[in-house]
Design a protein around this ligand. Structure first.
Ligand SMILES: [Zn+2]
Length: 265
């Protein structure tokens, strides 16, 4: 074994074929965050097996040295020496909705988090979301997990919307009248029916705000989503606008994988 390599539990977020037999992969690693890597001779290779498939946790042997590929952006590429498959979430690719949800998580990680920044809580979150999605039967749960992932990601990015109280009168969800509240994208929160002055606000059910609240407070695998799938779809629409408004790296371009979740719902 190479003395200057280390083993690391990883997920592949994206893979592209390079020079016919190599692959360039974007990895979410347990201790180094998001890393770009090259796996030489990995196409149809027995040595790599299914280790570089999407939605698969593998232990990869990564070079500790990295090759700088751009002086301007400080982008680096590390070599993948060998791979050992740890867990494959096989039910995800078999189902269109699960696949759309898991792909949207990959897209968000690819587009929003910086390279080479240690993010063990995101690794754990992503891993728990895949475990939950792999077992999810209903569209309601699939959308619920996606929304929970987005909310926890906004927490990590430091742009979490406020879900507990009306932005204006500060009443809690339990105290406000009616069944719906009105999301305010630019103010990162919601107004109750009594305080909502405009029709452009996104109407959300109180049930789905309660789910969002639970999702922020608890680990994904402990959350039971009570709101209907239509409610979660409205929340997804709101969270997409929230992300585009608050996350500079997204450059206001829609999250393309969300499109497939909206199609099915
Ligand atoms: Zn109010």
């Amino acid at each position: 074994m190479n003395a200057i390599s280390q083993r690391e539990l990883c997920f592949v977020l994206k893979a592209i074929t390079y020079r016919e037999r190599d692959q360039i992969v974007v990895l979410l690693t347990e201790t180094r965050g998001k890393v770009h890597a090259i796996a030489r001779n990995s196409i149809q290779s027995r040595r790599f097996g299914g280790c570089l498939n999407l939605f698969t946790a593998s232990e990869l042997e990564l070079d500790s040295r990295s090759i700088k590929i751009s002086e301007e952006t400080d982008e680096k590429l590390v070599g993948v020496q060998s791979a050992l498959l740890r867990q494959s979430f096989e039910e995800i690719p078999k189902n269109f909705e699960r696949m759309a949800a898991a792909s949207s998580m990959n897209e968000l990680l690819l587009r929003t988090i910086p390279n080479h920044r240690n993010a063990p809580e995101l690794f754990k979150l992503y891993s728990n979301c895949l475990i939950t999605l792999n077992e999810s039967e209903s569209m309601q749960t699939i959308l619920g997990v996606t929304n929970a992932f987005v909310l926890k990601l906004t927490q990590w990015l430091g742009v979490q919307p406020s879900v507990t109280r009306c932005l204006s009168c500060e009443k809690t969800l339990a105290e406000v009248m009616g069944e719906r509240v009105y999301a305010q994208v630019a103010r990162a929160g919601w107004l109750c029916g009594d305080c909502n002055p405009e029709s452009r606000a996104i109407s959300l059910s109180k049930n789905v705000i309660f789910d969002a609240y639970q999702a922020i407070l608890n680990p994904i695998r402990k959350v039971t989503f009570g709101a209907a799938r239509e409610d979660h779809l409205e929340l997804l629409n709101y969270l997409e606008q929230h992300l585009l408004y608050y996350v500079a790296g997204l450059e206001r371009k829609p999250i393309s994988s969300f499109h497939y979740l909206k199609l099915e719902a």
